[in-house]
Design a protein around this ligand. Structure first.
Ligand code: 4AD
Ligand code: MG
Length: 431
């Protein structure tokens, strides 16, 4: 007998097959059992009548949810079934039968209960499709960079310096020396870009953020890219192409999952049509004030502001020329106005907030020394970073795309904690 995965079902209609997985759910209507099986690739309904096989019927009737098993049966087309087919069960080999009821019932639970049982919650409901979309987003990002001539590289997680300000650092005792978990691999990618030209990685980032919002994790994954000989405008063009590519690739590869998630895919595809609008921070403030929001030049955008901007444009929008005071030390400033930076945040639609932060980097020693001083940062730990401006400095730029927020937006799920297998938040370190 052929062993298949559930997502291959439609290719073997009429054949007897074997599936290795778990009992996901069970319904019975007297003499008929409807058993749903899951195996990570999907869910399939199996049907068993008492008349067909009384012994098997009795065994199956007693199996609790999440029993691990090998089920065999004949596949038949069933247009009303989610995967297009169902299984006429002929045999069940039990691997392990849980002795206690599975804690996650297929009904509403409180978020805290679900998060406490995250290790089991990930098997149920929309969690599997979300994690399958996550996988496709990671792959699409890598494909994009590979197709564009980038070299994959890595940055250290244990670092001695801050990138994105000193207030969100996670301290680590490094053999008696003060170290931190990396907030971003950017500074190191700037070095590798000078060795390799165009580089990227998808790596973890850590922020001791006091924010408890649906858009913040303390540990999250970022796709970061750094390009030698790129200026601000080149940087934005690359970013919008990346977002457009990723969304199109994921919609094609994970159509079934996005349907399960009830995502409006047409809307998503419309949102990523190129180009994305580019407005200045000053214009964004004006748009928000005209929409009745309370915000002043110099204020950070809060969640309602990001949502309002998303609504105004109906697609991702680049906000350029932020006041330098609002941004980190490494951003280059334009010759025509040194009070702002050559940077942009890409604000996503539908309230998903800032998907990308990027900038052209300071490329002369004088500017970098001045800006380190301006930010009260010591020169000594950044000497290696200053070296990049001493030996063959070139204009360069890069960005970081937040994977969790991007996945949340593509899936249409409101909270990013569902887009990562094990979310880390201020008050959550387990499981
Ligand atoms: O805007 P950020 O802080 O930019 C940087 O770290 C740059 N050094 C990246 C670079 O240029 N190489 O972070 C980049 C993105 C944000 O736009 C957001 O999508 C995501 O990372 N992000 C978070 N995602 C989840 N939880 C958090 N606490 C996040 N902080 C930032
Ligand atoms: Mg940012």
């Amino acid at each position: 007998m052929r062993t298949i995965t559930i997502d291959q079902g439609m290719r073997f209609i009429g054949e007897e097959v074997e599936i290795k997985g778990w009992l996901y759910n069970k319904r019975s209507s007297g003499k008929i059992l409807f058993l749903e099986f899951r195996d990570g690739t999907g869910v399939i309904q199996g049907v068993l009548t008492q008349a067909d096989d009384p012994d098997l019927f009795e065994t199956a009737d007693r199996l609790p949810r999440e029993t691990s098993l090998i089920v065999s049966g004949t596949l038949r087309a069933e247009p009303r079934a989610p995967g297009g087919c169902e299984l006429g069960i002929t045999g069940i080999g039990v691997i392990q039968k849980p002795t206690e009821p599975f804690p996650i019932e297929l009904k509403e639970h409180t978020p805290n209960f679900l998060l406490d049982h995250r290790h089991l919650w990930i098997r149920t409901g929309r969690q599997v499709p979300i994690l399958r979309v996550r996988d496709a987003v990671f792959r699409a990002v890598r494909d994009f960079f590979h197709k564009h001539g980038f070299v994959a590289t890595e940055a250290p997680i244990l670092t001695g310096t801050s990138v994105e300000g000193t207030t969100t650092l996670f301290p680590v005792d490094y053999f008696g020396e003060q170290a931190y978990l990396s907030q971003s691999g950017q500074l190191y990618l700037e070095a590798t870009a000078m060795a390799l030209g165009k580089v990227y990685w998808i790596g973890p980032a850590f922020r001791a953020e006091k924010s408890k919002t649906r858009k913040h994790l303390t540990e999250f994954w970022m796709a970061e890219a750094e390009m030698a000989f790129y200026e601000h405008a080149d940087n934005l063009r690359l970013q919008e192409e990346l977002v457009n590519y990723v969304v199109n690739a994921v919609v094609a590869e994970r159509a079934r999952e996005l349907k399960q998630l009830k995502r409006d895919v047409d809307k998503l595809l419309e949102e990523v049509e190129l180009p994305f609008p580019r407005i200045s921070y000053a214009e964004a403030i004006r748009i928000l004030q005209e929409a009745g929001e309370e915000i002043e030049y110099g204020d950070d955008f809060g969640a309602p502001h990001e949502t309002a901007l998303g609504e105004h444009f109906g697609k991702p929008v680049f906000i350029e020329r932020f006041p330098a005071k609002m941004k980190p030390f490494y951003m280059k400033r334009p010759a025509d106005d040194p009070s702002v930076v050559l940077a942009a945040d890409l604000i996503g639609p539908e309230g998903y907030g800032e998907l990308i932060g990027g900038s052209q980097r300071v490329d002369t020693l004088e500017e970098l020394e001045r800006q380190l001083a301006e930010y009260n940062l010591p020169k000594e730990p950044y000497e290696w970073y200053l070296d990049l401006r001493r030996y063959g400095a070139v204009p360069h730029a890069g960005f970081g795309l937040g994977m969790a927020r991007t996945i949340a937006w593509i899936c249409g799920v409101p909270h990013i904690r569902e887009t990562i297998p094990f979310p880390r938040q201020i008050n959550r370190l387990y499981p």
